[in-house]
Design a protein around this ligand. Structure first.
Ligand code: FAD
Length: 483
């Protein structure tokens, strides 16, 4: 088979959609057979329990959408290079294409795959599609990367990312299909054990639902978004993060919709674009500073006296929604049950962990990675560092959220807390009770237990954190910037 007629292997990863998919569009345009692939590879092995469950749903939805076009999604398990090499040899494919990812783990894997396949004479290409603009294409006036969000936003808001591409109406099938694993056999929900059906019920996977969500947001929520997005008890945001994470909708589609809403004069359009730009900025930062996935971006924070002990009783109380601080506990339980957490609540629990509890943000980041179905390597790392104060353009450490004051402002009637905290309610809602069904038995929790007293004194804990911050500032000054 000559290369011009050989099949193209299209390796799907976090681009689990058919519309606005540059690699897929280009593959179809060649007129060659296209073999869509999804791999249970090292990228899946390292996912947290909730994200693994969620990506399984996304893969299932994509497989059904491809079947409707007379195609298939071929599933294989094993290291990416090994699986792709086997598939190339079985199908006589001359080309392997994918959409580029920018996080350190994906970059390392993709480089090795590209190197290995090219050495065997196979053409590889990484296409855009995960971001609005490739990180190298957005630069400051002096050619560097952005470290300040405001300047980054300014530099992209008037740039044209191009128009979203239509979904193909047909994919040419190969003469014969290679063998595929069965998705059920991968048991992607196994790590969540008994909690899997509970978390599953909250997911809205697939391209069709992602587009419906965007439409619903534009039709019903965008006008009040700037205010309602602040209240955890309201369904005031787009809910698109789980879909954007797996590429069930392209960020370009959302961005274009936001721009059109801006032109129509919709009140919340500017804010929506700014939030999408935070996602973009997070990826830009992580691409240019891959170390920030695990280490403080500002070196002077490396010696800050945060504890790193994920098993410490305070950390356990935080993870299990048992701190005795209602807004914090409600949020941690919401995440455990739904795989999501409201953005304001994320900021509050992150501040509580890193400041009141003086626990390293890495501990929180790792727990979020385990529990979030919208887990994104860039957004998670950048936001944790933003709250902790150690990241670029971060909130200052001394800005410590008081979770009780936050509850008075953003959950004044206690609706969010009631939704998620069963203890003390004679007729607790199903949401609050489901937390006790979702958690492992080994946690020994019961909705009939009394609600715990606060695990720490908020005022004392705040003062301790501020004192540690002042001591750090003195050390930094003494050694001229690097403590
Ligand atoms: C400590 C912490 C950890 C976080 N971890 C993640 C994560 O792993 N994955 C993730 O997608 N988001 C993360 N976020 C950002 C934010 O909380 C979620 O994107 C948001 O809650 C998703 O809800 P939505 O889709 O309704 O957002 P909307 O308010 O409707 O916003 C639209 C889109 O903009 C993007 N966006 C909004 N806020 C942010 C933000 N602060 N940073 C980056 N992108 C943003 C998301 O893609 C979102 O879907 C984190 C925030 C914090 C404070």
């Amino acid at each position: 088979m000559t290369e011009s007629t050989s099949p193209i292997l299209l390796w799907f990863r976090r681009d689990l959609r058919l519309s606005d998919h540059p690699a897929l569009n280009a593959a179809v345009a060649t007129g060659r057979p296209v073999i869509p692939i999804f791999l249970h590879d090292e990228g899946i092995e390292t996912l947290g329990a909730a994200a693994r469950l969620r990506i399984g749903f996304a893969v299932g939805e994509l497989a059904r959408a491809l079947e409707a076009l007379g195609s298939r999604l071929i599933l294989r398990r094993g290291p990416a290079l090994q699986s792709l090499t086997a598939l190339v040899s079985e199908t006589q494919a001359g080309t392997v294409w994918w959409s580029r990812l920018h996080d350190p783990m994906s970059q390392r894997r993709d480089e090795a795959v590209s190197h290995g396949l090219r050495a065997a004479g196979i053409e590889t290409r990484a296409w855009p599609g995960h971001l609005l603009f490739e990180p190298e294409k957005v630069a400051t006036g002096t050619g560097g990367s952005f470290k300040v969000y405001g300047a980054f936003f300014k530099s992209i808001v008037n740039r044209d990312p191009g128009l979203p591409l239509p979904a193909p109406d047909r994919l040419m099938a190969p003469a014969s299909w290679p063998r595929s694993d069965r998705l059920e056999d991968w048991r992607l929900s196994a790590a969540l054990r008994g909690g899997a059906p509970i978390v599953a019920a909250w997911q809205r996977p697939g391209e069709r639902r992602a587009h419906e969500r965007l439409e619903c947001f534009l039709a019903e929520k965008i006008g009040s978004y700037p205010e309602s997005r602040e209240y955890p008890s309201l369904d005031g945001t787009s809910g698109l993060s789980e879909n954007l994470t797996y590429g069930e909708i392209s960020v370009r589609t959302c961005w274009r919709a936001g721009l059109a809403a801006l032109e129509r004069g919709e009140a919340g359009a500017d804010r929506f674009l700014r939030e999408l730009a935070w996602r973009e900025f997070s990826h830009h930062l992580l691409f240019h500073a891959p170390g920030l996935a695990m280490d403080p971006w500002r070196p002077e924070w490396r010696s800050f006296p945060w504890t790193d002990d994920a098993e410490a009783p305070l950390v356990q109380a935080w993870k299990k929604g048992r701190t005795g601080v209602r807004l914090v506990d409600a949020a941690m339980r919401e995440m455990y049950v739904t795989g999501r957490m409201h953005n304001r609540a994320r900021m509050i629990v992150a501040s509580f962990l890193t400041k009141h509890m003086m626990v390293h943000w890495r501990v929180g980041l790792t727990w979020f990675e385990e529990c979030l179905t919208d887990w994104d390597p860039a957004s998670n790392a950048v936001n944790w560092q933003w709250v902790a104060g150690s990241g670029p353009d971060a909130a200052p450490f001394f800005r410590i959220f008081n979770p009780v004051a936050q509850a008075k402002t953003y959950d004044a009637e206690g609706r969010y807390a009631q939704r998620w905290i069963a203890e003390g309610q004679s007729d607790a809602p199903a949401t609050a009770l489901s937390f006790f069904e979702a958690v492992p038995r080994s946690w020994g929790l019961s909705s009939r237990d009394p609600y715990p007293a606060p695990v720490l004194d908020l005022a004392l804990a705040r003062e301790r954190a501020l004192e540690a911050f002042r001591a750090r500032s003195r050390r930094v000054e003494a050694v001229g910037g690097d403590a």
